[in-house]
Design a protein around this ligand. Structure first.
Ligand SMILES: Nc1ncnc2c1ncn2[C@@H]1O[C@H](COP(=O)(O)OP(=O)(O)OP(=O)(O)O)[C@@H](O)[C@H]1O
Ligand SMILES: Nc1nc2c(ncn2[C@@H]2O[C@H](COP(=O)(O)O)[C@@H](O)[C@H]2O)c(=O)[nH]1
Length: 205
């Protein structure tokens, strides 16, 4: 991790984006993005998942470097100042960001890189890299969204409230993205994501 974070920006640019692809999965907290992404990666190991950095404390079972790079706020701010993030945002009281270098390297190797990020970061990617493709995951209803966040049982009440408040605004932004998929039946949603990946690019085998 320290080695990763200490790498300075290289001259690598998105001029070579055509060699690989960047795919963004976004949607409100608790909609099932992470669960969908995990299954997608199991089925399609050829996809490269970009592990984000965050200042959030690890949840039980989360592993540094696998689920997130867990870092202090001061370190995150230093990385922002050095331009190390492709995108970043503050969400429900914590910072989250995609490390630029790892993503660019994989794209330049011809990989399809998938990001699982919240709305502001997804908007930043859309502005900076219009070639990127995006999928917005919707819940079947707000009641079901709340049930899922609570059922996950991993966030304190204050964090749950912040996430649900934010969800209203996020859902209204769904049409800004290339494809909208309702995650009601899990398998059906997964298949819709696979179909979308096929239509974007030859990203999976
Ligand atoms: N189709 C589904 N039907 C019922 N429950 C689901 C479905 N998809 C995911 N879930 C459950 O919803 C909960 C939230 O899912 P998950 O953590 O993947 O959401 P998320 O969008 O990644 O949230 P966050 O953005 O906060 O990380 C989990 O308990 C997961 O098992
Ligand atoms: N803008 C970014 N958002 C990110 C990134 N990594 C994750 N996320 C999103 O944050 C929320 C909360 O995540 P949680 O793990 O605390 O539940 C969720 O919507 C994630 O998709 C990132 O690098 N940039």
């Amino acid at each position: 991790m320290m080695q990763l974070l200490s790498i300075q920006n290289s001259a690598t640019t998105f001029s070579k984006l055509s060699q690989g692809k960047l795919i963004v999965l976004t949607g409100p907290s608790g909609v099932g993005k992470g669960t969908l992404m995990r299954t997608l990666l199991q089925r399609h190991p050829e996809l490269y998942y970009s592990v984000s950095a965050t200042t959030r404390a690890p949840r039980p079972g989360e592993i540094d470097g696998k689920h997130y790079h867990f870092i202090e706020r001061s370190k995150f701010e230093q990385l922002v100042a050095h331009g190390e993030f492709l995108e970043w945002a503050e969400f429900a009281g914590n910072y989250y960001g995609t490390l630029r270098l790892a993503v660019l390297n994989q794209i330049n190797l011809g990989k399809c890189v998938v990001l699982e990020i919240e709305l502001e970061g997804a908007r930043q990617i859309r502005t900076s890299f219009p070639e990127a493709k995006s999928i917005f995951i919707l819940p079947p209803s707000l009641t079901e969204l709340e049930n899922r966040i609570r059922g996950r049982g991993q966030d304190p009440e204050e964090a749950i409230r912040r996430r649900l408040n934010r969800a209203h605004e996020e859902i209204q932004a769904a049409d800004e993205f290339d494809v909208q998929i309702v995650n009601d039946d899990f398998e059906a949603a997964l298949q819709s994501i696979e179909t979308a990946l096929d239509s974007f690019a030859n990203c999976k085998q």
